[in-house]
Design a protein around this ligand. Structure first.
Ligand code: NAD
Length: 253
């Protein structure tokens, strides 16, 4: 059970804030059964990120990424459902308390939970495109193509298909990054949820908000590199903390 006085203080600050923004990382989806990269039980303890998450390796051997995707990522994505943390953020947005979610995640869980204003800094593994002709593919279509060949080839031009994620070695989508920085600069309350806050430039977002005078709340099961800069740190699961905050907020607003 979280300390009531802490939840009360956070809820009061949230209630008084006019421009609330959330920044989320892989930890918010851990309770949906999607493994994180870092942290206990993280993905990278089992797979080699130098291979499947790198654009250089994808260019050299796209089959490595696609066998990893087919065997591991696709079944996880197909079975995962948003958890109470995603739903809490969607509810805050619906009540016009939350302006947007800036996410490092590539799993589409925020949108599935009902969040509308989602800024995806690292793209998505829910859709794909042909490297040659840019033809767009859905997860379902890729599932069909993966039954036939690996790597999947474009139906139109036989080019290699890639996920619409940002691999290591690629630039972040500049429009998304610009919007994220602007939201961070202008917010008065930033919640950083389930991120190890070590991947730059994305992890800069909460710091920008803090430097501009926003209140910074960090929710993570483990300590992060930005804990010393935060106004509030809660080392608990996001799926437990966020519903409690929303419930408290409901009772005071
Ligand atoms: P990360 O994997 O580096 O760190 C996850 C953090 O979440 C850890 O600090 C861990 O302690 C914390 N955590 C784990 N379970 C939690 C819970 N229930 N509640 C709160 N916190 C919890 O994640 P990151 O900082 O987002 O890493 C960045 C990279 O990982 C991004 O590039 C992102 O694209 C990628 N990634 C995304 C997904 C996804 O889309 N779900 C999954 C794995 C990795």
């Amino acid at each position: 059970m979280l300390s009531n006085s802490l939840i009360e203080k956070i809820s009061r600050d949230l209630n008084n804030s006019k421009r609330v923004v959330a920044f989320t990382g892989a930890g918010i989806s851990a309770e949906s059964g999607i493994p994180t990269y870092r942290g206990k039980g993280g993905f990278w303890t089992k797979y080699d990120p130098d291979k499947y998450a790198s654009i250089d390796y994808f260019e050299k051997d796209p089959s490595y990424y696609w066998s990893f995707f087919k065997e591991s990522r696709k079944p996880i994505l197909e079975n995962a459902k948003p958890n109470p943390a995603h739903y809490s953020l969607a509810e805050l947005e619906k009540r016009e308390k939350l302006r947007c979610v800036i996410t490092q995640n590539i799993d589409g869980m925020h949108q599935q939970a009902g969040s509308k204003n989602v800024i995806e800094l690292h793209g998505t593994t829910r859709n794909f495109r042909c490297k040659r002709c840019e033809k767009f593919y859905t997860l379902e279509e890729i599932g069909e193509l993966l039954k036939v060949e690996l790597p999947p080839l474009c139906k139109e031009c036989k080019g290699i298909i890639r996920p619409n994620v940002i691999f290591f070695g690629e630039m972040l989508p500049q429009d998304a990054l610009r919007r994220a920085i602007s939201e961070a600069e202008n917010c008065d309350f930033m919640m950083a949820i389930g991120s190890s806050l070590v991947v730059y430039p994305a992890a800069q977002i909460p710091l920008i908000a803090k430097d501009k005078g926003a209140i910074l709340l960090i929710i993570n099961v483990e300590p992060t590199g930005l804990d010393l800069s935060a106004d509030y740190v809660i080392n608990e699961k996001a799926g437990k903390v966020l519903p409690e905050i929303v419930e408290h907020l409901n009772s005071i607003s």
